[in-house]
Structure formats: C-alpha cells, structure tokens
Design a binder for this molecule. Structure first.
Ligand SMILES: Nc1ncnc2c1ncn2[C@@H]1O[C@H](COP(=O)(O)OP(=O)(O)OP(=O)(O)O)[C@@H](O)[C@H]1O
Ligand SMILES: [Mg+2]
Ligand SMILES: [Zn+2]
Length: 628
C-alpha cells in the first residue's frame, strides 16, 4: 500500500505531466487524459471514451512507467500492435509483443522478461489470451494494469464484435484482478454497459469526453451511378491533392475486388495510388503500409477498412468512403483516422442510393436461416459419420457447404455456432467433425436461429442510422452526437459539414431574396402612380383632376391587392395543411427541437429528431426551418 504522502506525489498531475513531457514529448494534457491517468494510477477501473486520435494510448503508456509489473494491452490487430510497439521502442520504453508471430523460443524469452518486476508494456491479441496454455504461463507474471484497447470489440452490440473478446473477463479474474482500463472511441450507451458487464467492472469510472473532432469536415456526395461515383472520386482526389502539397489520404472500399478495381482505375486516370488489403502477401502488405505511413508514397492509399485501425499517421488530410459502411460507428472510426494532427481534414462519404450492397444488407443475407442451420448440422452428422466409418479424414468446410447446399460463408457461421455449443470440433480451421452421438436438439438450433435473428435486426438498425446520416439535411456532427447517445444540445452545428455550409448559403440566399422583395415593395409604395393611358398630357390636367385620378388609381390597386390576398387565403384553406412539408424539410418542434421530415401522409408528418428518434405528428405542430 502507498502512504498518503507517497500516493499524493505519485498521483500529482504536475509531476505526471513532467514525466509525459520527458518520455513522450507531450506539452499539455488532452481532454480526459489527466483524469484517466490519475484514476488508473489510483487503482480505479476506468472506461475512457475519447475521440479517434484523442490520445487514448497515453492513458496506459504513462501509467505503465509508474506501476510495478506488466501492463498487458489487449489489442485487436497485429499491425496495430506492431505500430505501437515500434513507436514505444523508439522512445526507449520496455515493450514486448506476445502474438502468434513469435517462435516458441522467443515466447519463452518474452515470458522470462515479464516475470521480472520492472515496468514493461506487453501487447497481446484476445485470441492468444484465450489460449489456456498461454494463460497458465502468464500465471507467473505480475500484471499491474490490464488494458483493453478498441474495447467496443467486446460488445456484441459493437460493430467490430470479436468472440475471442468474450473471454477477457475470465482472463482478468485469472490474472488476480489487476486494475482494468478499457479504451474506445465509439461506445453508444448499450455498448458502454456491455463493456463494463463483460469485463466485470460495473463500478468503473467512466471518462467520457464525447466526440469532439472540430477539425473534421464531414461531407456526403450523392452519385446516381457507379460511373458518376468514380468521376466524383477523381474530382475529389484531384482537388485534395492539389489543395495541399504534402497531405495524404485513404480511399476505403468494401471488398478486395473493389480495392483492386479502384486502384487500377485511378492509375489509369493518372492518379498514383497504393493498395492494401487482406489478400495481399504479408510482405507486400507491410511494404505498402510502411511506404505510405513513413514517406507518404504514394499519397493516396486505396484499402479495405482493416487498413489504419488505430494506426497513428498524423497528416492524413482526407478519408473518402467509396462504398457505404455498415454502421455509423464503423464510419466514425474510419473517418476519424484523418486529421490526427489537429489540422483540418475532410471526410467524404460517397453515397449511391441504389447501391446493391445496401439492399443486400437489408435483405439480411449475412446470417443463416433456421433451415440452413439445420441443413448444415445434418450434413455435418452425415458426412462426419461416413468419414469416420470409412476411416477417412473429417469433412472439409467446402464439402459440408456443398452437401448442405448452403453458401460457404454461412456454413462457416453455423459450424462456429455448433462448435461453441459443443456439437462440433474444428480441425485446422477448414475441417469439422461432429462431437458426441446426439445431433443438436431443436431448442439448440432454435437458439442459434434466434441469435442470428437478433444480429440481423441489429445490423439493420445500424444500417438504417447510417442511411439516415447519408440522407439527412441536418448538421452531420449533430447527427453523430445524437447517434452516440450524447444529448442533442451537447453539440452546436459544426458550421463546416456540407449541410451546415449549404444551410448557411441558403440563408444568405434567403436574406438576399428578402432584401430584393423589400426593395421592390418600397419602390412600389413610393413610385408615382401611373396615369391611365388616355391621359397623355399630364401638364394640361388641373390640380383637382389630377388628385382625383390618383385617388381612383390607388383605390383600384387596393381592391386588386385584396382580391389577390383572398385568393391565396382560399387556396391555403382548401389545400391540406401538410402540403407545406415535403421529405427532407428541416423543421422545428417546440419540445424536440430541430428535426427532419422523413415521410408525409395526409396531415401526418413523420419526422426524425436527433436525440429523440422518429415521431409521427400533426403538421400544425411543426414550423419549417429550411426547405428540402
Ligand atoms: N496530450 C497530447 N498532446 C499532444 N499530442 C498528443 C497528446 N496525447 C496524444 N497525442 C498524440 O496524438 C496522436 C494520437 O494518439 P493515439 O494514437 O493515442 O490516439 P487514440 O485515441 O488511440 O486514437 P484511435 O481511436 O484512432 O486509436 C499520437 O500521435 C499521440 O502522440
Ligand atoms: Mg488507439
Ligand atoms: Zn454541421
């Protein structure tokens, strides 16, 4: 235990800032860092939710130097571990990687090092940590701080859900309950609760500083066809690359095929672009990553979203999403890789309304149906028993898929479920054998089907929010805030997103139009009343006659005005009130604030209010702020 005096110097923020300065070259704290670091050093479990690029790594790197024993960091990707490892090594921090790339001898050496009490940071993947044998070896290591980076991966509601993360709560208990620090940029309320529950740290301090990234300009560009989308991409890249002379950017595409096709297309258009995806050989991939990260060569990288997660490149000036992401969380994470140096950066989402991928997402093509689940389970039993009887190898995934008549990807999903539920055994990642003699019973298969159904519903809801973001006329920053569960008034309109810029331009345009109308009105009031055509010689009219004529003309004009006003009033009374609103109008409600019209049926308007959700209400309660 620390004495009061020791603990007060130990936790003194000024002294800690000195250490941060000396070891990491940091001048002042970023929001949330000080609180998180002090809390962690005081032994308090903490969940820190800070924006992408907000400086979450420092929240464990600094405490790691101060506590005795190892700081074990669970990290989702080997590339990310490598990036952080190399940076820390360059700073002279004692750091290790415990991933599958280590040879057995290297692993023994690493564990030997960890058994010593001097501070050290060790990175590990959740898959490695779920290996029982590896865990038993870790038993000799004193873990002082247990860190879960990208903690949203723990939550089944998180967009990157990884089953191996589910074992982390158990790992924490086995390691003797060290202080736990979970870090993420994207934790809507449900995900936040899930992280705390999974890690069994329900009383953890939550440091949540929101999504503040004022330097990011969010834009959405609609393109009706693939060809137009490509043309937009070329225009955007030309503008971005000539706009700054050193900045780089990423173009994200959804699949390996798209990445390859886009890269070739850009090169044909004379735009030099690198390429990164999971099917490249690891040497090539590493070279492509290093060239882009270290030298910015070439300045554009076309990649699948595995590229850049948590990787720290300061001068990314733009991130363009060529394909539609599946959720706002994923979009915010990926777009947030731009502008980590704090200088302004642009995040563009290209949106093609009839994108086939979006449609197929909605049709729920990703999860097996109950029939497919049963079919794979039957095929496994049939082929497995036959192979065993004939003394042949256990059936391979592709044979099972063929026998069940279910696509390979979905067959894989069902087999994973059967494995988790104790009905199947996996051999070498491609072959499966049934376990036990009894086939899974109906309730077990039903459970699997329910789980897929939940996932499907959840995916649809996520995609719906993403679509809303793309189609909305409201401030994109405010939409993000409301999606992540922050109060609507936590964010002012950003003033820099496409919608804010457009609404400013509209209001300037409206102000001009109002001024023009006012000028016309004043002119009409003050202009001399024209005389009837037959009065040719005005000079010859007597003063009385002239006054009389003017009065008649004024009366006639007033009558015409009244008639016009009456016509307008009658038309308004006859037309249904709702005709004043169309989809896309920005409206204001006295209680829910600003929202957007989603549907119009008679005088019932469906409108979406950030922070309050979708409401159905009568048109009379809404005031129009901006026309679609
Ligand atoms: N207080 C600070 N002052 C200046 N720079 C800082 C500070 N804290 C962190 N940084 C720098 O900010 C950059 C981003 O930090 P970091 O990689 O920790 O972000 P992150 O929050 O983990 O983001 P992501 O969600 O993308 O993983 C790093 O280059 C880091 O050195
Ligand atoms: Mg990070
Ligand atoms: Zn805005």
């Amino acid at each position: 235990m620390l004495t009061a005096l020791e603990s007060s110097t130990f936790l003194d923020p000024l002294r800690l800032l000195e250490v941060a300065r000396a070891r990491f070259g940091i001048e002042s704290w970023r929001p949330g860092q000080e609180l998180t670091i002090v809390n962690v050093l005081a032994g308090g479990d903490t969940l820190a939710i800070m924006p992408t690029g907000g400086g979450k790594s420092l929240c464990y790197q600094l405490p790691a130097l101060e506590i005795s024993g190892t700081t074990l960091v669970v990290s989702p990707l080997i590339a990310l571990m490598k990036d952080q490892h190399d940076k820390l090594e360059a700073l002279g921090v004692d750091v290790l990687r415990l991933d599958s790339t280590l040879t057995p001898r290297e692993e023994v050496a690493a564990l030997e090092r960890l058994a010593r009490p001097e501070p050290c940071i060790a990175y590990v993947t959740p898959e490695r940590l779920s290996d029982r044998e590896f865990r038993s070896q870790l038993a000799r290591v004193k873990v002082g701080l247990f860190v879960v980076d990208e903690a949203h991966c723990i939550s089944q509601w998180g967009h990157d859900f990884r089953p191996a993360y589910l074992g982390l709560g158990e790992a924490v208990r086995e390691l003797g309950r060290p202080t736990v620090l979970a870090l993420t940029a994207t934790a809507p309320p449900r995900v936040k609760d899930d992280i705390l529950a999974q890690l069994d740290v329900r009383d953890a301090t939550v440091v949540d500083i929101g999504l503040q990234r004022p330097n990011l300009r969010y834009h959405v560009v609609k393109a009706q066809t693939e060809r137009k989308k490509r043309a937009v991409l070329v225009r955007l890249l030309e503008r971005m690359l000539t706009g700054s002379t050193t900045g780089c950017g990423i173009v994200y595409a959804a699949t390996v095929k798209n990445v390859e096709a886009l890269c070739t297309f850009l090169q044909k258009c004379g735009i030099e672009a690198g390429m990164y995806h999971g099917r490249m050989r690891s040497r090539e991939r590493e070279e492509a990553q290093a060239a882009f990260m270290e030298r910015g060569e070439p300045r554009v990288m076309v990649a699948t979203n595995a590229f850049g997660l948590g990787v720290d490149k300061a001068n990314l000036r733009f991130v363009i999403h060529y394909n539609f992401p599946g959720s706002l969380e994923a979009y915010y994470q990926e777009a947030g890789r731009a502008g980590r140096d704090g200088a302004s950066a642009t995040c563009v989402l290209l949106y093609q309304p009839d994108d086939k991928r979006i449609q197929s997402f909605f049709l729920g093509g990703r999860y097996p149906t109950p029939e497919q689940t049963k079919s794979v389970s039957d095929a496994l039993r049939r082929l497995g028993s036959a192979a065993e009887a004939a003394g042949r190898e256990t059936p391979a995934l592709k044979d099972l898929a063929e026998a069940a008549d279910v696509p390979a990807k979905k067959t894989r999903v069902v087999l994973s479920f059967l494995k988790d539920a104790g009905y199947a055994r996996e051999i070498g990642g491609t072959q499966f054998a049934p376990l036990g003699d009894e086939p899974p019973d109906e309730p077990a298969l039903q459970r699997a089907a329910t789980r897929y159904e939940q996932k499907r519903t959840q995916d649809r809801a996520r995609l719906q929010s993403m679509l809303r973001y793309a189609q909305s006329h409201l401030c994109r920053n405010k939409l993000l805030f409301s999606y992540f569960g922050y109060a609507e008034d936590a964010a002012e309109p950003c003033g820099t997103c496409d919608n804010c810029v457009r609404s400013r331009e509209d209001s300037v345009e409206r102000a001009f139009a109002a001024e023009r109308a006012e000028r016309r009105r004043v002119h009409e009031l003050t202009a001399p009343v024209p005389m009837p055509a037959h009065v040719t010689d005005q000079e010859s009219l007597s003063a009385e006659r002239r006054a009389l004529l003017e009065q008649t003309m004024a009366r006639r004009r007033a009558r015409a005005n009244r008639a016009r006003a009456l016509r307008v009033e009658r038309a308004a009374a006859l037309a249904p009130r709702c005709s004043a609103f169309v989809t896309g109008d920005v409206v204001r409600h006295p209680v829910w604030g600003e929202g957007e019209v989603m549907s119009v049926a008679g005088d019932t308007i469906g409108a979406f209010f950030p922070g309050h959700g979708e409401k159905l209400l009568k048109a009379q309660f809404l005031e129009k702020v901006l026309e679609a």
